[in-house]
Write a protein that binds this ligand. Structure first.
Ligand SMILES: [Zn+2]
Length: 342
């Protein structure tokens, strides 16, 4: 059997594990609820149990390492999950230390959005591009940047917090505390909230019928727009405009060869794309207007595949060479100390 990596995608609601091959193929896959409220030690115990199960079920697998991704903020170099809002009780958990000690294998850790960007770039919608911006639009907005063949990390691996760039001075408050974040106006949550405010229970609208007179979600809006409902079409148009404004900023900042849009709202990509394009035509400077905006291809396995590639493609273009663990001297230790102090 060819060489494989164990991959883990630690989400706020679901914990996924897989055995992944060098071509991005998923050889085996397992998942279970994360149950974050049980605390980090219990969750890590479950990761270890899932890894044992995958290894037991595939005794002939030649596993050369573990690639893991988790929500940010995390420090990929120090291997520390710093304290994501979606993982309650996680504070400066040294994931790489724990897993490498347990399995005696090299372990790499990456922010989940960066891992998904890497997955789409190596094996999905961004194959062959030198630079790429991946944007995931669902409950929130996240993203990752591949710049000249490498994940762009910035200080402490915190770069490309796309959802929290300010794109307007007003509107609903973001969970981060600011007003006007990209996420606060353009996420699936924001779209659902606009649809809910526009309608009311029992008004007989298509949106409220789809939601059974409960709160309207982004999924309902897309569904209603597909039936030609005028209110839903207007909501989609407004949503596409916000996305187009955000994407225009990303074009100007990173000059990618392609923008890949993933997340739940990518299910409505065909409906959103004309409005996104029109906004980019209107707002981007001439030289940036011809960049393709495409839907993601890997769905919910993008993070797993990207995390595995940190192991399987180590040292080849696309892996962040500066992140190699055996270089964990002054810089890495400083990052860890900084994380603890923070
Ligand atoms: Zn924010």
């Amino acid at each position: 059997m060819s060489t494989l990596a164990l991959a883990f995608d630690l989400g706020g609601t679901e914990l996924r594990g897989a055995l992944i091959g060098r071509g991005g193929e998923v050889v085996a896959r397992v998942s279970e609820p994360t149950m974050t409220e049980a605390g980090s030690e219990v969750v890590i115990g479950r990761i270890i149990a899932l890894a044992d199960k995958l290894l037991d079920d595939h005794p002939q697998a030649k596993v050369i390492g573990i690639g893991a991704c988790a929500p940010g903020p995390l420090d990929p170099k120090a291997g520390i999950v710093i304290g994501p809002p979606t993982l309650s009780g996680w504070h400066n958990v040294p994931m790489i230390d724990i897993l490498s000690r347990q399995f005696g294998l090299p372990v790499r850790l990456e922010n989940d959005a960066n891992a998904a960007a890497l997955g789409e770039w190596r094996f999905g919608a961004g194959r062959g591009a030198g630079s790429l911006v991946f944007v995931t639009v669902s409950t929130g907005i996240g993203g990752g940047v591949i710049a000249d063949g490498h994940i762009y990390h910035g200080r402490r691996g915190l770069a490309a917090e796309i959802g929290h760039m300010t794109i307007t001075g007003e509107g609903d408050r973001c969970f981060c505390g600011n007003v006007g974040c990209f996420e606060a106006v353009a996420s699936g949550t924001a779209l659902g909230r606009r649809a809910t405010r526009l309608t009311s229970p029992g008004d007989g609208s298509v949106l409220r019928r789809l939601s059974n007179d409960g709160d309207v979600s982004a999924r309902h809006v897309i569904e209603a727009a597909r039936t030609g409902d005028a209110a839903a079409r207007d909501l989609v148009e407004a949503e596409a405009k916000w996305l187009g404004i955000g994407f225009t900023n990303l074009l100007h900042l990173y000059s990618p060869e392609v923008i890949v849009m993933g997340g739940g709202l990518a299910n409505g990509f065909d409906l959103l794309a004309p409005g996104i394009r029109a906004t980019i035509e209107e707002r981007a400077m001439q030289a940036y207007r011809d960049v393709p905006i495409v839907p993601a291809e890997l769905g919910d396995r993008a993070g797993l595949v990207g995390a595995a590639s940190l192991i399987l493609w180590e040292g080849e273009p696309g892996t962040a060479l500066s992140m190699v663990q055996d270089q964990e001297t002054g810089d890495g230790a400083g990052g860890a100390a900084g994380a603890r102090a923070g």
